[in-house]
Write a protein that binds this ligand. Structure first.
Ligand code: IDP
Ligand code: MG
Length: 141
C-alpha cells in the first residue's frame, strides 16, 4: 500500500461544536499524520471554487452558504492508504446512513451539516491540497 495524502476539512458545524481536537485525534489514532493545518473562514468565491464540481447540483447554493457560515479547519493528512482510510473514518455523506463510530455518525446533524470533508480520490486529493496549501507548507515527517 502506498503512502498517500488527502485533504480534510473540519466543517463549520464541527468547529462550532468544539470538536476539532476529537476529530484530529481520530486521524492520529488511525495512524494518519496531520502534515498541514490551518483555521480559515472561507469567502464565497473560495467555497464556490472548492466545490466547483458540484456547481450544477441542486444543493450547491446551500452547500456554499453552509461552508461560509463560520470558520473551518483545512488540513492535509498523510499515511498508508490515507484517502480511503479517511473516507472510512468519516462515514457516509448522510449521517443517518453513516456507520456507528464514524466521525459523521458521532458529530454530524444532517447531510448539509456533516462535520467533515475528505478527498474522494488521488487526483482530487492532489488538487484539493494544492487549493489550500503550497507544497512548501506540507510537512511530511
Ligand atoms: P462527500 O462530502 O461525502 O464526498 P459529496 O457527494 O462530494 O459528499 O457532496 C459534497 C457535500 O455536499 C456533502 O458533504 C454534503 O455536505 C453536500 N451534499 C451532498 N449531497 C447532498 C444532498 O443531497 N443534499 C444536501 N447536501 C448534500
Ligand atoms: Mg465529495
Amino acid at each position: 500500500m502506498a503512502v498517500e495524502r488527502t485533504l480534510s476539512i473540519i466543517k463549520p458545524d464541527a468547529v462550532k461544536k468544539n470538536a476539532i481536537g476529537q476529530i484530529c485525534a481520530r486521524f492520529e489514532a488511525a495512524g494518519l499524520k496531520i502534515v498541514a493545518m490551518r483555521m480559515t473562514w472561507l469567502s464565497r468565491a473560495e467555497a464556490e471554487g472548492f466545490y466547483a464540481v458540484h456547481r450544477e447540483r441542486p444543493f450547491f447554493r446551500d452547500l456554499v452558504d453552509f461552508m461560509i457560515s463560520g470558520p473551518v479547519v483545512v488540513q492535509a493528512i498523510e499515511g498508508e492508504n490515507a484517502i480511503a482510510k479517511n473516507r472510512e473514518l468519516m462515514g457516509a455523506t448522510d449521517p443517518k446512513k453513516a456507520a456507528k463510530g464514524t466521525i459523521r455518525a458521532d458529530f454530524a446533524d444532517s447531510i448539509d451539516a456533516n462535520a467533515v470533508h475528505g478527498s474522494d480520490g488521488a487526483d482530487t486529493a492532489r488538487t484539493e491540497i494544492a487549493y489550500f496549501f503550497p507544497a512548501s507548507q506540507v510537512y511530511s515527517r
